[in-house]
Design a protein. Structure first.
Length: 256
């Protein structure tokens, strides 16, 4: 599994405030269960209903408005996505529920058109652009899923997209991006190099570079996962979020 797995816990304190907890998987799962759970975490977000008597210390720093979107921005993103993407299903994980003695659910983001949550943020970025800026097209760097999301969104708006991916990116991802009408450059040896040339391309041609992990509009789109989750399971107490670059965690965190 790529990236690190973080746990974002949501629980009401005595003042009625919702707080956030982050833990690494080794401290949250019994050693004998980590390998069994790990494959699921790479493909789904897991919501865990914890017992009301659990004692967990939780702190939540004030969000930086220059880094994280507001809840209002996430709700606006949900409005833009309505009719474009269907809410992903929340299904009960019977084996994990039995193992941990609590109700565990999968938020099936892998059922989105491009196979991940990334399309949410990418679509919201393009939808938030002015028609003039959007017509020029967009550019992005990606190891796969972000590129698919950008290509899907660009195709939906009928605008060009240029994707720089490392030469080591899975062929199925590159083929999927091309199938959506985007141009793919896979000549760079690694992701960092692909990002450098993608940013240069954007500056040279005066078009928007869509960062895979940073940006208010991008994170607002990712945060719509949390809005759906709270509608589907209003009494959720703990949310387990797969975290690599932090875009999903940042977007969902402002809502949770």
């Amino acid at each position: 599994m790529s990236g690190r797995t973080a746990f974002a816990g949501r629980k009401r304190d005595t003042s009625g405030n919702s707080r956030i907890l982050q833990l690494q998987m080794p401290t949250a799962f019994p050693p004998g269960r980590r390998d069994a759970v790990r494959p699921f975490l790479s493909d789904a977000i897991i919501a865990i209903n914890r017992q009301a008597g659990d004692r967990v210390r939780m702190t939540r720093p004030a969000p930086n408005p220059h880094v994280l979107p507001s809840v209002a921005a996430v709700r606006a993103a949900a409005d833009r996505l309505r009719g474009v993407l269907e809410p992903s299903r929340l299904i009960r994980a019977n084996a994990l529920s039995d193992t941990f003695g609590v109700d565990v659910f999968y938020k099936c983001e892998f059922e989105n058109p491009t196979g991940s949550f990334k399309v949410r943020g990418a679509y919201n970025v393009l939808a938030s652009m002015t028609p003039e800026a959007r017509t020029k097209g967009v550019v992005a760097s990606s190891a796969g899923n972000h590129g698919l999301g950008v290509a899907y969104a660009a195709h939906a708006f009928g605008v060009p997209a240029m994707l720089y991916v490392p030469s080591t990116a899975p062929q199925v991802k590159k083929d999927g991006i091309r199938a959506l009408g985007a141009t793919v450059d896979d000549s760079e040896p690694d992701y960092d190099a692909a990002m450098v040339v993608a940013k240069m391309h954007g500056e040279r041609h005066g078009i928007r570079f869509i960062n895979p992990c940073v940006g208010i509009d991008l994170l607002a789109g990712q945060g719509t996962v949390a809005l759906e989750l709270l509608e589907q399971c209003p009494d959720v107490a703990t949310v387990v979020i797969c975290t690599g670059g932090g875009g999903l965690l940042g977007g969902m965190g402002v809502v949770l």
